[in-house]
Ligand binder design. Structure first.
Ligand code: MG
Length: 208
């Protein structure tokens, strides 16, 4: 998918610095910048974008470390959380025949990726994610859950999945408020680069 952000994009990380990010408590982020990438500093905590979003498109590039001795959830784990609440898993799941609900590209513990689109560790990969926030009636009751479509390395791996609720690791128990992009520190040396989002209108015109 597109590597170059459109003019309407909110640039979250372009390789320069972490000025668009904070730690979970609002302080300076503990992650580091090296070259054009931002690096998880393991066990220092997640980072969140200062900008918050409702409906949006987000482009993220990530790279898992090579951990040949590690298995399962210990193998290059991180995650991209839409609104800080809904995790698209980042993991080294390269070569797994039938990826499950904990594997790379899964909506963590809710939806497995439709196919395994993973590249090997140390190769840069892309996520292009379309997020539709939950909808509510006038009384504040949720009428539609959040919907997520994920394209990994150009392949559709999550097709308009409607979530039951937040995944483990959500920043809060809200659903109706805008939320930041969150990147997870799961103790592994995962890297990110070229992160941008395009806020989306909640609907188009009702005129023909
Ligand atoms: Mg994770």
């Amino acid at each position: 998918m597109a590597q170059t952000p459109p003019e309407s994009a909110v640039i979250l990380f372009d390789g320069t610095d972490l000025s668009n990010w904070t730690s979970l408590d609002g302080g300076d982020p503990s992650w580091q910048v090296e070259g054009d990438a931002m690096l998880v500093v393991p066990r220092t905590g997640d980072v969140i974008s200062k900008e918050t979003f409702t409906d949006h498109f987000v482009h993220v590039e990530f790279r898992c470390p090579d951990m040949p001795e590690a298995t399962g959830q210990a193998k290059g784990n991180s995650g991209v959380f839409l609104q800080g609440r809904y995790e698209v898993q980042v993991l080294d799941s390269y070569g797994i025949d039938v990826p499950g609900m904990g594997d790379c590209g899964a909506i963590y513990n809710q939806f497995a990726p439709l196919v395994n689109a993973c590249k090997p560790p140390l190769e840069w990969q892309t996520y292009d994610i379309i997020f539709r926030a939950p909808r509510f009636d006038d009384g504040g009751a949720m009428t539609e859950g959040p919907r997520i479509t994920v394209i990994q390395n150009g392949l559709v791996i999550i097709n308009n999945a409607q979530l039951a609720g937040a995944t483990v690791g959500s920043i809060d128990s809200e659903a109706a408020t805008p939320g930041p992009l969150k990147l997870q520190d799961h103790g592994n040396d995962v890297r990110y680069r070229n992160i941008w989002a395009v806020p989306l209108p909640l609907e188009g015109s009702d005129k023909y």
